[in-house]
Design a protein around this ligand. Structure first.
Ligand code: SF4
Length: 82
């Protein structure tokens, strides 16, 4: 399966021209989860995490976001594809 994640958050380390996400995996979560869990808890641990209800699109976030140039890049084990 060849999935393509489109994203328009252009200060993320994984964002590229054409509004494309180049992370090898991402985790979409509730805002509450994103607010409360540390950076290490991310897509690489997805199979161990408990799902929960969001209620609306405004209550979801990309947990895998990391600011370009941040010293937190790589904390979660996610790789940037070329
Ligand atoms: S990791 Fe999330 S925020 Fe960053 S480019 Fe990919 S989808 Fe967008």
């Amino acid at each position: 399966m060849n999935q393509h994640i489109h994203c328009i958050v252009n200060d993320c380390h994984y964002w590229t021209q054409g509004n494309s996400c180049k992370a090898n995996e991402i985790l979409v979560a509730t805002d509450q989860f994103g607010d409360n869990q540390p950076d290490q808890i991310d897509a690489t641990m997805a199979t161990q995490l408990t799902p929960s209800n969001a209620g609306s699109c405004m209550a979801t976030c990309c947990k895998s976001y990391v600011t370009k140039g941040s010293n937190k890049i790589g904390t979660d084990g996610i790789k940037r594809m070329s």
